[in-house]
Ligand binder design. Structure first.
Ligand SMILES: Cc1ncc(COP(=O)(O)O)c(C=O)c1O
Length: 388
């Protein structure tokens, strides 16, 4: 793979396709941070970015446990890392997927949020006696930019009876939740752990694992996170009562925080109309969140400088919904032929791209410089300046 000092240097080759600028060193740094600072086991949530280069960089940073959501993620990770521990954390799984995960790939950890799913897991594994079963609780997503409250998770009031039944079937019992992705509010983990604790006390069961899920934020314009240590300190403090009542393990499942800083995307401006730039990638490509969720990524024009003004983007397909409102702050003279680097796209970027209108091809190059901003090396003010 070609290597460049920066996206600016890469742009001198005038690529016609969008190019992912990958930064394995940034993924490795994030993975090492979690390995060294999270007071428990980190499972990387593969869905955020399943590309082999990224998985290998996470592994090099000390991550050998993975949260997988599908059979194809399981096959991928198992092939790359035969010794990895895999947790199948989708609460609604196909019975055949559970059976293959258990019998062919050594998966022993499964999540669930209903008795129906428990029965399915037991059938698919032949009532295995070596299962770790993790009950997913529905919790609030206050302060998260991608709420994950409504689709999965058992209501806390109904959790005790499910916990009681799962305790009888499982070698190890866990409880998990997801506070929502890009969760900025301090206190979100605190409140969710309190709910989990109440459910466990009411169920009268011994808990083996508290899994605080994902949600750990990355830095984007208008979404300034606290230092990563603030979230982890909050979790550690809240976990203490669990330690006094037994030998509970603490787990987390970060996706975005491990992968976001690991890649940026170099796109070409194909046309300018007023304050709208027509790019060669968009909402049906790696910029899905920019279009569907109005996500504002950090951007820079690597072809020219100048006074900044606000732009919105159109993607390359013929669909009017292929629009990203932004605002994206770029030099006012930005024009067709310029190259724009879009940062923090290692998470939920390329894995979201479709083939709509025949687009969806990306080139890839390694860049040796730092990402736009890092929640792992700078204090908050510096992150903010870098992201602006
Ligand atoms: C079960 C589970 N764990 C972890 C994650 C990763 O979340 P994040 O990328 O916000 O850290 C997700 C994301 O949807 C998830 O569904």
């Amino acid at each position: 793979m070609a290597k460049y000092q920066s996206a600016r240097q890469l742009a001198e080759t005038q690529p016609d396709e969008p190019v992912f600028c990958i930064r394995p060193h940034a993924v490795r740094r994030a993975a090492s941070w979690f390995s060294d600072n999270f007071p428990g086991q980190t499972y990387y949530a593969v869905k955020a970015n399943p590309e082999p280069w990224l998985l290998k960089a996470a592994w090099a940073g000390g991550i050998d446990h993975f949260d997988v959501a599908s059979l194809s993620e399981i096959r991928l990770v198992r092939e790359l890392f035969p010794a990895a521990t895999l947790a199948f954390m989708h609460p609604i799984k196909a019975e055949r997927a559970i059976a293959e995960a258990y019998s062919e790939h050594g998966v022993r950890i499964f999540s669930l949020d209903t008795e129906e799913e428990l029965d399915k897991i037991l059938r698919a594994t032949g009532n295995a006696s070596d299962l770790t079963l993790v009950v997913r609780l529905a919790v609030a997503s206050h302060g998260a930019h991608v709420p994950l409250t409504s689709k999965f998770g058992i209501h806390p009031a109904l959790a005790p009876s499910l916990l009681g039944r799962v305790r009888q079937a499982a070698a190890k019992l866990g409880i998990s939740f997801h506070v929502g992705s890009q969760s900025l509010a301090s206190g979100a983990y605190d409140a969710a752990i309190a709910l989990a604790q109440n459910a466990v006390v009411e169920a009268g069961v011994i808990l083996d694992i508290l899994d605080v899920g994902g949600g750990f934020p990355a830095a984007y314009p208008g979404m300034l996170p606290l230092p990563m240590s603030a979230y982890v300190d909050e979790i550690s403090r809240r976990f203490e009562p669990f330690l006094s009542t037994g030998n509970s393990e603490l787990w987390c499942e970060p996706g975005r925080a491990i992968s976001a800083e690991g890649a940026s995307l170099l796109v070409k401006v194909e046309a300018r109309r007023g304050d709208c730039l027509y790019l060669n990638d968009g909402t049906y490509g790696a910029l899905y969140d920019a279009g569907a969720l109005d996500w504002v990524y950090p951007v820079r024009n690597v072809s020219r400088g100048g006074i900044l003004t606000d732009f919105s983007f159109y993607g390359p397909t013929c669909d009017s919904a292929d629009k990203m409102e932004g605002p994206f702050s770029l030099p006012e003279d930005t024009q067709a032929g310029d190259y724009i680097e879009i940062g923090q796209l290692g998470a939920y970027g390329r894995c979201m791209a479709t083939r709509f209108n025949g687009y969806g091809d990306y080139a890839e190059a390694a860049c040796t410089d730092d990402p736009f901003g890092s929640v792992f090396i700078q204090d908050n003010e510096q992150i903010w300046e870098a992201i602006q």
